[in-house]
Ligand binder design. Structure first.
Ligand code: GLN
Length: 481
């Protein structure tokens, strides 16, 4: 085992195996945070260091620090979605995933930075300022769960939770060189997750390796009557699936994903990963997902429509920020107050999405945009149903490029939206998908491999991802901070 003093570098699996003292562990993480958090800025609220309050139980995550994306409610803690409009808001209750973490004995380890309301692919749309990529501080960590991914990559935490609506767990996992899983829609309760697009959102783990991802899923997955979209399907013990061999695993390579637009170094790394999986017994075939080209357009119609409706509740009355401007502008002072609070409280990207979403839902355009997008969403879902008849999983890159520079795409929303081109379809289809590190480019930035599977077949993802991870050493290449 590595140097004892560097406990912060350990995985949850290693900590459990070594029966590491939780007090020493959190002091080690605290030192790490004090040393590097000013550079990385992964947290909206840094962890409270309470060595005496370490839970004593025999839960699966006993004494393991888990950092929480700031759109997940933790009772009596600030929950801001990295938005000014929620500044000062304290969540009145725990999200279901938080309740489960507490029962499992986890230590809640701070709230992590994100794009405002999870709108973005770079964590630059945060009221608190951007998070930096630990592998290169001039680059973005990806988004919107950039704080959760960066905190894991920089060893400021052991594991974290993110949320994924169109790629927000997988894309930052890929950019930061960690493992990120978006579960099947309905697998993990959304109760207490502040909604972005309710038909797409899922909470999932960001971890240092596949074993930890399975461990965290064992705690958070499962039916919850408080979430009407939660599905009553038994949860297997994901840890038991690790180490199973890949003989006969049928893998599809969708030709629509391997076309122009993909960075050469990303392509090379993914090809190399495919070879490794072939050697482990997986059988590859080319498949077609013919409606892939519509995914980004469909996503940005449905996601903004749902977001505009979900964000209507932030009115300056019930939660967080209220304008201090008491000057009435019209005879209707209540409406003035709503408008000023929302105008001052939401950032630029949130406003853009509220406008776009309201437009596609408006009576004259509903059929032409929203309804149409829903129909194409069904076609995208059917593409997957069709190919999964003969396959166990699908492999693609997670993102067409490695992490880009801070500021590089902020003035061009379309360019930013295109960075999710490979991740969005899994949300539209509701299927599970994982991103695991599969190499580095010449600038030393991580590259991610995405594996997708049938609904509720997270085991297949873990089996394939673990087998690949065992053959490679990417996760041991840590950022030098
Ligand atoms: N980047 C995508 C967006 O901006 C996805 C975000 C997410 O998954 N929350 O909407």
């Amino acid at each position: 085992m590595e140097n004892k003093k560097e406990l912060f570098r350990w995985t949850a699996g290693e900590i459990k195996q070594n029966k590491t003292n939780p007090q020493e562990l959190i002091l080690s993480l605290d030192d790490r945070i004090n040393l590097i958090e000013d550079k990385v800025k992964a947290f909206t609220k840094k962890p409270d260091v309470l060595p005496d309050a370490v839970p004593q139980n025999s839960g699966l995550l006993c004494g393991i620090p888990v950092s929480i994306k700031d759109n997940i409610c933790v009772q009596n803690e600030p929950t801001t979605c990295a938005s000014k409009i929620l500044s000062g808001f304290l969540a009145p209750y725990d999200a279901e995933v938080i309740r489960r973490l507490k029962v499992a004995g986890a230590i809640l380890w701070g709230k992590t930075n994100m794009d405002e309301f999870a709108f973005g692919s770079s964590t630059e749309n945060s009221f608190y300022g951007p998070t930096k990529n630990p592998h290169n501080l001039d680059c973005v960590p990806g988004g919107s769960s950039g704080g959760s991914a960066a905190a894991v990559a920089a060893d400021e935490t052991i594991m974290s939770l993110g949320s994924d609506t169109g790629g927000s767990i997988r894309q930052p996992a890929s950019f930061c060189g960690v493992v990120g899983l978006k579960p099947t829609y309905g697998r993990v309760s959304r109760y207490g997750l502040i909604a972005f697009a309710s038909s797409l959102d899922q909470i999932g783990p960001l971890t240092k390796d596949v074993r930890d991802s399975a461990l965290l899923m064992n705690v958070i997955a499962g039916y919850d009557p408080k979430d009407s979209t939660s599905v009553h399907v038994e949860v297997p013990d994901y840890s038991k699936i690790l180490g199973k061999d890949l003989k006969g695993l049928k893998v599809g390579l969708p030709k629509e994903y391997f076309r122009e637009g993909m960075d050469r170094e990303v392509k090379l790394a993914v090809d190399e990963a495919i070879n490794i999986l072939k050697n482990k017994g997986a059988k590859f075939t080319e498949v077609s997902l013919p409606h892939t080209e519509y995914a980004v357009a469909v996503y940005y119609i449905i996601a903004t429509a749902e977001a505009s409706s979900n964000l209507a509740r932030f009115d300056g009355v019930q939660y967080g920020y209220r304008t201090t401007n008491r000057e009435p502008r019209t005879a209707n002072r209540l409406i003035d107050m709503y408008k000023a609070s929302r105008g001052e409280g939401f950032g630029k990207e949130a406003k853009r999405r509220i406008l776009l979403g309201t437009f596609v839902l408006s009576s004259g355009y509903y059929d032409a945009y929203y309804l149409r997008a829903q129909k194409v969403r069904t076609l995208i879902k059917r593409d997957f149903d069709e190919v999964f008849k003969g396959l166990d999983c699908i492999i693609t890159p997670t993102s067409p490029t490695a992490a880009f520079k801070i500021g590089e795409k902020t003035d061009d929303p379309l360019k930013m939206y295109l960075s999710d081109i490979y991740t969005i379809s899994a949300n539209l289809a509701g299927i599970p998908a994982i991103s695991i590190p599969c190499g580095f480019n010449q600038e030393g930035l991580p590259i991610g491999l995405q594996i997708m599977a049938k609904p509720f077949a997270e085991e297949t993802l873990f089996k394939a991802a673990f087998a690949y991870e065992q053959e490679t050493n990417w996760r041991r290449i840590r950022p030098t901070l």
